[in-house]
Design a protein. Structure first.
Length: 99
C-alpha cells in the first residue's frame, strides 16, 4: 500500500491530497502562476480551493515571499490573490471545497 502524499495548505495549514489543492509557483522569479497541471517548474506552494484559505494564505505578501523564497511586490501577490479568488468563486456553483 503506497502512502498518499499529502501537501500542506498554506492557508489553514491542513494536510490534504495534492489533487484537492491548488498549486501555484513562483514563475521565472517575477510573478506567480497557478499551476493547473502540477508540472510547472519553480518553487511552489499549495492552498485549498476555498476563499477562506486563499484569503488567509495571501494576507501578507511577505509571508508568501518567505514561503517561496522570493521577493515579489505586494501588487503582484495581491493581483494573484484576486485572480485565485475569482477562479474559486466561479467553481463554487458545483459545491466544491472540503468545508
Ligand atoms: Zn486550507
Amino acid at each position: 500500500m503506497a502512502a498518499i502524499a499529502l501537501r500542506t495548505c498554506i492557508g489553514c495549514r491542513g494536510k490534504f491530497q495534492k489533487k484537492t489543492l491548488l498549486r501555484f509557483v513562483n514563475h521565472v522569479g517575477s510573478h506567480l502562476s497557478a499551476d493547473e497541471t502540477g508540472k510547472l517548474p519553480g518553487r511552489g506552494a499549495y492552498v485549498c480551493e476555498s476563499k477562506d484559505c486563499i484569503t488567509e494564505a495571501f494576507k501578507s505578501h511577505k509571508r508568501v515571499n518567505s514561503l517561496l523564497r522570493t521577493n515579489l511586490s505586494k501588487e503582484v501577490v495581491m493581483r494573484f490573490k484576486q485572480c485565485l479568488l475569482h477562479s474559486v468563486s466561479q467553481d463554487s456553483a458545483r459545491g466544491g471545497g472540503h468545508k
